[in-house]
Design a protein around this ligand. Structure first.
Ligand SMILES: [Mn+2]
Length: 267
């Protein structure tokens, strides 16, 4: 007797063209049955956006590497919503979002479509992982990140992981033998150096472009940024509850000048 195989949903924010999808799907097929629903274009930086005012279309297609996949004209979060709300005949047992080209550490997670897709999995009560590789270049080797995703998937599905946190994983873009370990971390601090560029279009109208050099970060010990810099795989458990517990009590001491009392109802 064999146990029924679990269902793993792969999505991403880099879109159907991402060459990380093939290696990730191959690695995850060793752990369970894999369904792929990804956006038809790159949605990097789309965060947790959803489509409300137009229909979603889904097309059966193939990855560059030949595996069957679905692509939708919606966001990464839309892809997860399609999957869990009935486009697939079964609700996934695990959502794996990635492998993103470029790390998602510290403050990046507030922009990341990759992490947001895992948030959506979590909101649908499905254990969820976001996974990114620490480089943007061409011809990246997604092998080490794909095998780590499979290892994590196997553990989560075996242990029946039921937490209200997602796991945000960043893997150094290094050959397997140069990855020095795995560290469980907290989010670090990013230093963005983006600038506003104003130029004129061919009609003389100004347009604006916000961008800058590759993002840096403070490598404070214990953070995702420090782990990656030390050549380690970083695993950060992330809650969706953004409440500042420190400020709850401080705000209650303010003189609000409001006619009714200001209550502290949380702790
Ligand atoms: Mn991306």
């Amino acid at each position: 007797m064999t146990e029924e195989r679990k269902h793993i949903l792969i999505t991403n924010d880099d879109g159907i063209e991402s060459d990380a999808l093939g290696p990730l799907a191959d690695a995850l097929w060793a752990v369970g049955n894999v369904d792929i629903i990804v956006p038809e274009r790159n949605w990097s930086g789309a965060s947790h956006s959803i489509t409300l005012y137009r229909p979603l279309r889904v097309k059966a297609t193939q990855l560059r590497s030949g595996q069957p996949a679905y692509m939708s004209d919606g966001s990464p979060t839309d892809c997860v919503r399609l999957a869990v709300l009935g486009f697939l005949p079964h609700k996934p047992d695990l959502v794996v979002s990635g492998i993103n080209r470029g790390s998602n550490m510290g403050d990046d997670i507030t922009y990341s479509g990759t992490v947001a897709a895992a948030m959506e999995g979590l909101l649908s009560n499905v254990p969820s992982i976001a996974i990114s590789i620490g480089a943007f270049g061409a011809n990246l080797d997604f092998g080490p990140a794909a095998s780590f995703a499979a290892l994590l998937a196997k553990n989560i599905l075996a242990k029946g992981f039921s937490s209200d946190a997602l796991l945000n994983v960043n893997v150094p873009a290094l050959p397997r033998e140069r990855i020095t370990g795995v560290e469980v971390t907290r989010l670090g601090k990013r230093n963005y150096r983006d600038q506003l560029v104003e130029r004129l279009d061919p009609y003389g109208e100004p347009y604006y472009w916000v961008g800058g050099p590759a993002v840096a970060g403070d490598a404070e010990p214990g953070t995702d940024v420090a782990a990656l810099r030390a050549g380690k795989i970083s695993v950060t458990p992330i809650y969706l509850d953004l409440t500042s517990h420190e400020l709850i009590h401080e705000l209650a001491t303010w003189d609000w000048g409001w006619s009714a009392p200001v209550e502290v109802s949380a702790d």
